[in-house]
Design a protein. Structure first.
Lengths: 582, 353, 303
């Protein structure tokens, strides 16, 4: 089923004038004769992507993942994931003659005897940091703008899984060189496994092939790191991108930008160029970081030795927050019926992180359950227009941030000359108080911003011009905002508070689920009742009349020289003079 | 063509209520490069120059690769490894110049008219969906999956059971904890090398020399391991170290508040020995303060008081560090008289059984 | 090209030119006889024999600068609650004084938890006199001689390298727990900290090991032999002289600094670029000549 390529051309209105088959057209024809891609490609080549800086955050993660694949392949050519004992005889003097695992030997040789090997190791590690950080800021953008709502909930779930897998991939990766720091991390992981109720020691013995550290862990982590998790990551990333293409990208409301359309640049050429260019920039930034800044200097840590440890033993940043929780948890442990339950390990590692991930995954579903909103949402909302949701995410971020900071409490102590004990006590309180305070402040802040928006809509913006009335009263002059700005503010859905008793049948009996409806109604009221709703068309009309009336009162003053509002930033000043020429 | 009126086929994509009518797409305005040949040529030169610079950097990268030595005798640049720095910088710049060039090209020279694409509901059309559901139900029906209960249940059981091999097959990943338990070798969760063969000398870590009790001064901290450990190699050595590492400290005998031996005195002239493995998650712990006799874990800041049975004074650990019963042999060297009386390291489910 | 510099001023001979080896050999031969007598461990530096005048001068200095906290005869001063205001110095030895005063830790600006390194108050001569006085109060280790804390100059490359490797192991076992893998220092309980070891004179490191200043445990000769202490210092000095193979060190603090860097420079920089990429370019007020095709259409693919 060959498809006439002229159809491709037809969809491309600017190229439709080209009658003669071009070189590109000839190649496309050749390929289409064999692959039949014309049907699917005719839309995709000119697929529209809206342009906004915050839409590129996910690309940071995507492109750093590509860098990870490229540099990772290079590393595998030299790295030997074996725990066989070996004597280092490479170029780095202070380690020469030391017994260490083959993994460590090859990691140090890769750094000192392979040209560019150290660069590639560091690029790989920096790219991993940026990969996970990129995923997180992308996720925050998606949440703050409401881009996770129907029909994109599944993509949100995939994103959450990517974040989890990315972190695990990072952990398995930085554990591979078998250096002192990573070995300390693996030792802690052994402690986590052992703290698991019932099966803890079995899991530890199975993972390590016997007692810690054994000789199995590095090869096992290696195959998980280079095959299992990357495979899953690739599959999920592919699904993530396919869904993105299928749903089409969300966009900000604006003139001509509505629920039914997507306005932006075509995939070919502009979006492809911008995305492709960004790939090179991400790659380049990673290369500069790798060339200029030390990361994980394994030769300084030396090989792993269970009797050694270094101050500042921390995991990589994305594992920092559970480590912080481990640091601030009090020493809780209970023995029940002769069995030991180590709450001081279970809560920070086995309970809270999975719980946080579950909460994150469920957020879209919880919201849609409360709102009963079954519409598709393709227009983004400003964070201020979703005060409760924004506050929830800020609250989660505060929890994360405090746990994360607690993971660096020793570095904070030495850099700020504080007592590590006092810092720990402080974080123990703030881990509960911080998210609460952040929630309340953010929510009220958002609502204030909403009020400010409403004020601007109904009464115009503040010009900074103080008028004195004939009676001697002073007032600030307000002028209406532009139509575009007003439209952007009003192009958002109206929040509806769910009313619990809406579903009582004619006999006065609550419909099934009535009990939950009560809860839903309360939650809905908590979430939306305080929000400022956009004014209706009538209210706007009334406000306009009022403004016109005021304007008439002050009109006599207009046109006087230097009344000031020409220079308030809202008007073109090209033709203005400071002193009136009339 | 601003499109605020949506065609019927998209009717179920509910529009947002608009108190202010949509002003519609603005008319396109042109960039200087669209209307001014001079600006266009300038942009063209700019972009090609960026690409040219990238090529130069790539050449410089290759030259750096062959120029700067690593290994025994690194070339340095301003105190940094020249190879790493120059390879990184030139690779980075080569990539950045391409990236900036392409984006400058897109911003200045590529067509930049925004275009509009209509959305569709994520769901398929009602007919398609009905047809699919019908096909699905027909298929299930024809298979008799619902009808033949016994077939269905036995299949589900059989397939479900196939999970068992997947789990069972992982059994040989490692031995069970009780299988490696051996007091005479010091293996397993409950034993260390300190219990192997009568009294065991306390050796300095790394150098492996025994410690004469009289050689230590008040305030000394020795990181030590059990005798016999240096005969081990590879995995066995690491496993023995992971449980056997201890810290030896000497304080004034009257500063010792309590010890773990009950009525027995497990110290020698103010010298006490405690496990170096933190009871929280197992980091080696030797951040010792001679003035307070506190020892701090660098991983999670559990703090133990070595003058007072190594009880926890701060942090997430719930248990003291196990103490090693200490004695002196006939030559005056420190020895452990018996193994730790409890498992060292992190807690686990069956620890107190 | 001045910055670009081969062989980097390293210590080890095999990384120098052949001439350097010869020079080291000659120096070694010349010095061997001269300093032979000082080779025995624990040899004291007071070759210039401490005289009674030194002790007297030291006492004068002590009474002015130290006695307020440590007592007129170095017996220490107790607070009302019975805790130490200034500890007794009767048995700390000259090494302790040389370290504390020589690194500026003493005299302290105010009584506090931990004396910090600061500008040195006394001259070398005064420090020698103070040390002599405190040494005369009781027992305690003397100021070590350079031969104790520096690798013998007649070491072969191999011996030298072995000593450094061994020193590294001892360092990682005994020191890094508090002072960090790169000697950058670390946090201790209740506001205490282990100071950085970088830029500290070999002599002072040796004295600190020997005497255990403040909260630091001591590594007396019965704990770590003088050779072992010397090897640790050799490792520290060797790695201090090493070039930054991997670029700037970010403070040698480990993953926390790396994470902060990845966010601020990596993500911060990339977001800045994203803002530039999506930013609107300048617009012209001019109209395009009407001949161009496609300028009127903004139709989508399926419009």
């Amino acid at each position: 089923m060959s498809i006439d390529t002229s159809k491709v051309a037809e969809s491309n209105t600017t190229a439709a004038t080209a009658k003669k088959p071009t070189k590109a057209g000839a190649v496309a024809t050749w390929a289409d004769d064999r692959l039949g891609l014309g049907t699917s490609m005719k839309k995709q080549l000119r697929k529209v992507f809206p342009d906004h800086w915050s839409f590129m955050l996910g690309e940071i993660a995507l492109w750093s993942f590509v860098v990870l694949l490229l540099t990772g392949v290079f590393l595998t050519l030299w790295f030997d994931p074996s725990m066989a004992e070996s004597e280092y005889q490479g170029a780095y003097d202070p380690l020469r003659g030391r017994e260490m695992s083959q993994a460590m030997v090859s990691a140090v040789e890769l750094s000192f005897d392979v040209r560019g090997g150290l660069l590639m190791r560091q690029m790989h590690h920096w790219a991993a940091h940026i990969f996970i950080a990129g995923m997180m800021i992308h996720m925050m953008r998606v949440f703050f703008t409401g881009a996770y709502r129907k029909p994109r909930e599944l993509n949100w779930v995939i994103g959450c899984l990517l974040l989890l897998l990315g972190s695990l991939e990072g952990f398995t990766g930085y554990s591979l060189p078998d250096d002192l720091l990573s070995g300390t991390g693996v030792r802690a992981a052994d402690g986590f496994l052992k703290a698991t109720p019932v099966v803890g020691t079995y899991m530890s013995f199975f993972l390590f092939g016997g007692e810690f550290p054994g000789d199995a862990i590095i090869p096992r982590l290696y195959i998980i790191h280079v095959l299992l998790i990357p495979g899953l990551l690739l599959g999920l990333i592919a699904a993530h991108m396919l869904l993105l293409v299928y749903h089409k990208h969300t966009q900000w409301p604006g003139p001509g930008r509505t629920q039914q359309n997507v306005v932006g640049y075509p995939m070919l050429p502009v979006y492809a160029a911008k995305a492709g260019g960004f790939f090179f920039i991400v790659f380049g930034v990673v290369a500069l970081l790798g060339g200029l800044f030390t990361i994980n200097p394994v030769w300084k840590f030396g090989p792993y030795d269970p009797t050694k440890v270094t101050a500042g033993s921390q995991p990589d940043w994305y594992m920092g927050w559970p480590d912080g929780l481990l640091r601030i948890i009090p020493g809780w442990e209970s023995v029940i019926g002769g069995f030991t339950l180590s709450w001081n390990v279970m809560i920070p590692i086995l309970i809270v992180p999975p719980l946080m991930l579950t909460i994150l995954i469920l957020l879209p579903f919880l919201e849609s359950w409360i709102t009963k909103d079954n519409r598709e949402h393709h227009l983004l909302e400003r964070p201020r227009n979703r005060p409760t949701q924004t506050a929830i995410m800020v609250s989660l971020m505060t929890f994360y941030g405090i746990a994360w900071a607690a993971g660096g409490n020793d570095i904070i102590a030495i850099k700020l000359h504080l007592s590590i004990n006092q810092i720990t006590y402080f974080f123990r309180v703030m881990i509960f108080l911080g998210p609460l305070i952040a929630f309340i402040i953010t929510r009220r802040w958002c609502i204030s911003l909403q009020r400010h928006d409403e004020e601007k809509l109904l009464h115009g913006y503040e010009t900074g011009i103080i008028m004195r009335s004939p009676e001697g009263g002073y007032s600030e002059r307000h002028l209406p905002i532009s139509n575009d700005a007003a439209y952007k503010i009003t192009a958002r859905p109206r929040d509806e508070v769910f009313v619990a008793n809406g579903r009582i049948d004619e006999n006065g009996v609550a419909a099934p689920g009535g009990k939950l409806d009560g809860l839903r109604g309360k939650l809905s009221a908590l979430m939306f009742a305080d929000n400022v709703q956009k004014p209706t068309a009538e209210e706007l009309e009334a406000a306009r009349h009022h403004a016109e009336h005021e304007h008439q009162l002050t009109a006599a003053l207009d046109g006087h020289s230097a009344d000031g509002h020409q220079f308030d930033g809202h008007h073109s000043v090209d033709d203005e003079t400071l002193r009136g020429s009339h | 063509m601003s499109d605020t009126q949506h065609p019927d086929s998209h009717g179920s994509l509910e529009p947002v209520e608009e108190p202010i009518p949509n002003p519609g797409l603005h008319t396109h305005t042109w960039r200087p490069t669209d209307v001014d040949d001079h600006a266009r040529r300038r942009a063209e030169r700019q972009v090609s120059m960026l690409f040219g610079l990238s090529a130069l950097c790539t050449v410089a990268f290759v030259v750096s690769y062959f120029t700067f030595k690593i290994g025994d005798n690194w070339d340095t640049f301003a105190g940094l490894g020249a190879s790493t720095v120059f390879l990184g910088v030139f690779l980075g710049l080569a990539l950045l110049f391409i990236g900036f060039g392409i984006i400058q090209w897109a911003r200045k020279l590529m067509g930049d008219q925004e275009i509009v694409e209509m959305r569709h509901l994520a769901a398929s059309s009602a007919e398609d969906r009905t047809a699919t559901v019908e096909a699905l139900e027909l298929g299930i029906d024809e298979s008799g999956f619902k009808k033949y209960k016994m077939v269905r249940r036995s299949l589900l059981m059989a397939v479900g059971l196939l999970g068992a091999p997947a789990v069972v097959m992982l059994r040989d990943l490692g031995p069970l904890p009780q299988q490696v338990e051996n007091a005479s070798k010091g293996t397993g969760l409950n034993h260390t090398l300190w219990g192997v063969g009568g009294t065991v000398r306390v050796l300095r870590d790394v150098v492996g020399t025994p410690i004469r009790a009289s050689d230590l001064q008040i305030g000394d901290l020795v990181n030590a391991v059990p005798d016999g450990i240096f005969q081990l190699h590879g995995t066995a050595l690491q496993e023995a170290k992971a449980k056997g590492a201890v810290i030896v400290v000497k304080m004034s005998p009257d500063e010792i508040v309590s010890q773990q031996g009950g009525d027995e005195d497990w110290s020698v002239n103010g010298i006490v020995v405690y496990s170096k493995i933190c009871s929280h998650v197992g980091c080696p712990i030797s951040l010792y303060e001679r003035t307070t006799h506190h020892v701090l874990c660098p991983c999670h800041q559990s703090t133990f008081d070595l003058a007072d049975s190594a009880k926890v004074v701060f942090g997430p650990a719930a248990r003291h560090l196990p103490q090693l019963p200490l004695g002196v042999d006939e030559e005056g060297f420190l020895v452990a008289t018996k193994d730790f009386q409890e498992p060292v390291g992190p807690s686990y489910w069956e620890r107190d059984r | 090209m001045r910055l670009l510099n081969r062989s980097a001023g390293r210590l080890s001979r095999h990384r120098r030119g052949p001439l350097a080896g010869l020079v080291v050999l000659l120096l070694g031969l010349l010095l061997t006889g001269g300093i032979y007598s000082m080779f025995s461990p624990g040899a004291r530096a007071d070759e210039t024999a401490t005289t009674a005048e030194d002790i007297a001068a030291g006492r004068e200095l002590f009474l002015v600068g130290c006695a307020f906290c440590h007592g007129q005869n170095g017996e220490g001063v107790l607070t009302k609650r019975g805790t130490q205001y200034g500890p007794a110095l009767t048995d700390v030895g000259a090494a302790s004084v040389d370290f504390q005063v020589g690194t500026g830790r003493m005299p302290m600006a105010q009584p506090g938890q931990q004396a910090v390194r600061k500008a040195v108050v006394y001259t070398d001569e005064e420090i020698r006199q103070l040390s002599a006085f405190v040494d005369s109060l009781g027992t305690g280790p003397g100021i070590p001689d350079a031969s104790v804390y520096e690798l013998p100059s007649d070491f072969t490359d191999e011996e030298r390298q072995e000593a450094i490797t061994r020193g590294g192991q001892i360092f990682l076992t005994n020191c890094t727990a508090c002072h960090n893998f790169d000697g950058s220092g670390g946090a201790m309980p209740r506001g205490g900290f282990a100071p950085t070891l970088r830029g500290v004179e070999a002599k002072h490191i040796y004295e600190a090991l020997l005497t255990g200043p403040q909260s630091m445990p001591s590594f007396s000769d019965g704990n770590l032999t003088p050779e072992e202490k010397r090897d640790v210092i050799a490792y520290l000095k060797e790695t201090e002289a090493d070039p930054g193979y991997s670029g700037f060190s970010l403070g040698g603090l480990g993953p926390v600094a790396e994470g902060v860097f990845a966010w601020f420079l990596g993500i911060g920089g990339l977001v800045a670029v994203a803002i530039w990429i999506a930013g609107h370019t300048t617009r012209s007020t001019k109209k395009k000549p009407a001949v161009s095709s496609g300028s009127t259409s903004t139709t989508g693919a399926d419009a």
